[in-house]
Design a binder for this molecule. Sequence first.
Ligand SMILES: [Zn+2]
Ligand SMILES: [Zn+2]
Length: 326
Amino acid sequence: MLAAVLKEPRRLEIEHREDPKDIPAGFVRVAVKSVGICGSDVHYYQEGRIGNFVVTQPMVLGHESAGVIDGVGQGVPLKVGQIVALEPGIPCGQCLYCRTGDYNLCPDVKFFATPPINGALQQYVVHPASFTFPADGLIPSEACLAEPLSVGVYAVRRTNLSLGNEILIVGAGPIGLATALAAESQGAHVMLTDINPERLAMARQIGFEANPSQYYQQQFDAVFECTGSQAGLSDAQRLVRSGGVIALIGMGQSAAHLDTLDMIARGIRTIGIFRYANTYPSAIALIRRHRQRLRVFQTNHISLSDLPQFLAQGQFIHHIKTIVNV
Ligand SMILES: [Zn+2]
Ligand SMILES: [Zn+2]
C-alpha cells in the first residue's frame, strides 16, 4: 500500500509499506478513501512539532478519515463494504477520564498523526470497531468531515446551549462553520465573525449571518473562540454577556490575555475544548442533514501523489478544506 510519510519537517514522501494483514478480534481493516487536511497536519509538515508533540521519527499524516470496511475481526457488527468514518483517537479505556466519559482527556490516547502515532493517510488501517462509525448513504469525502464536525458538536454540548440562545462564533474556518452547524441544530441563533471577508462570504453563502458590523454592539450568551488569536479572545470577552460562557477552541499562543477582573465581576465562564468525546454519531447525523451546505468543503480534492507538492507549495491557504483521495 501507499502511505504519506513525514520524514522530517518539509519532507513528505509517498512510500510503499506492507499491507496490514492481521485483523484482531474487535478490529476492522478499512480501505481509506478520503482524508481531510487539517491545520495540525500542515503544522507538523512545516515545523515538525505542535507544542510538546515533536515528530522524532517518520510519521504518517492525516486524522480526518473515512473509507470502506475491507475486513472484519471476530465479534464485529460491521460489514465488509460499509462506508465508515474513523474516530482518530483511541483512549486507554482504564484511566479516570476514560471511566468518566471524558476520554478526550486520556493521557494515554493514541491519536492519528500525533507523534509517535501514524495517521490515516495510507491505503489501509486496522482500527478498533468501537471507534469506527457507519456512514451509510454518504460518500467517503463527506464522511471524513465527521472529524472537524465533532469538534463543533462537542463544543456546543459542553456549553449547554438552548433554544433561542444568541451565540457568536469568532473565526469562520472549518471549525467555526462546524460549530455554527452544531449550534444551529440546537436551536441557537448563530452569528459569525472573521477578519477574512472571503470566509464571511462563504458563511453567508451557506445561510449563516456573518455581517459583524451589524452586531458588534450586541452581547451573546455564548462565544466560541475558534482562532486562538489575542484579537479573537479580546472580542470574545468584550462580546459575551455577563454570566455567559466563552468556549476556547482555537489553539494559538499559550499565553494570551483575558481580563480576569472583568471575568470575575461579570461572572464569565470559560471552558477549554480539546478534541471531543462520544460525538461521531451526532456528527454523521449533521452531515446527513446538511449535505448541500457542506459542499463548501468539497471544492478541492487532490490525489495522494499530489500531496507532497501541494504542501510544499503552500497551496492549502487557498482552500477552506482540502480532501485527499487516497
Ligand atoms: Zn482536524
Ligand atoms: Zn484513559
